[in-house]
Design a protein around this ligand. Sequence first.
Ligand SMILES: [Zn+2]
Length: 309
Amino acid sequence: MNSIRTALAAFAALIVLTAQAAAGDLSVKKVADNVYAIVGDLGQRSPENLGNNATFGLVLTDAGAVLVDPGGTWKGAERLAAAVRTVTEQPIRIVINSGGQDHRWLGNGYFKAQGARIIASVAAVADQQERADAQLQGLEFLVGKAGLEGTRAVHAGETFGETMSFEFGGTRFELFATGGAHTPGDTVIWLPQRRVAFTGDMVYLDRILGIGSFSDFKNWIPAFDAMAALQPAHIVPGHGNPATLERARADTYAYLVNLNQRVSGVLQDGGSIEDGTAVDQDAFSYLINFDQLARRNAQEVYIQLEFDF
Ligand SMILES: [Zn+2]
């Protein structure tokens, strides 16, 4: 009997080790009981990270696992599934897309093939549809043809407008469409029982956030305020490590407020786009990717605020 038990334990340990190897550079971090963050590469999409350059969420329930975001490619989704297997043997029953960025949805096909339900906001799906071709082209360049193999545009079978809530396996999920922040469909997934907020790309920790033409800079600060009003005990961000609301305020909110104040000041004084791009952001130079993105972000903010002055 004991030898069988020992053999079974060894076998179980082997499964975990195999899953850890297959999970690659994804690191699984416990956030609260039955809640995890799966933290991927903080840098650009690459053949090594298979487009999983983001943070994902995992909730274990009595009815199976719920995954927040499926990874950026089919192979990235496979790797994410391996990361999940390092903490549970539960099948992934539901995948929620927290937005329209590639790593929020292009792994959907893999999990749908495994039988998972996929949920996203109407705005996220619209954004995914609009940018699918461009995202796939970008990924082919960054991740490579081999890394992209099997990846197709597969959208949620269940959508909602502004909010959606449901109970699954004894856990309550509340979904809030932000109305647009980093992307138009950015969604907060709130677990009231654990006071955990999965913020998607609305919150970046450790690395600088990105403001693109698809972002809604003016709505980003109010969207953050609405999330903060929930008073989460834990934030699982779209990029970076899980942390407190205070840290999210430092790395994301304060960054947005600084850009808003300084670029607005330039516009008030009739400054040029070059002046807008050059505003002082040095207080945030500790954020990873600062040199690559800070000036570009300021330029985009200038463009988005220009017509208010
Ligand atoms: Zn992202």
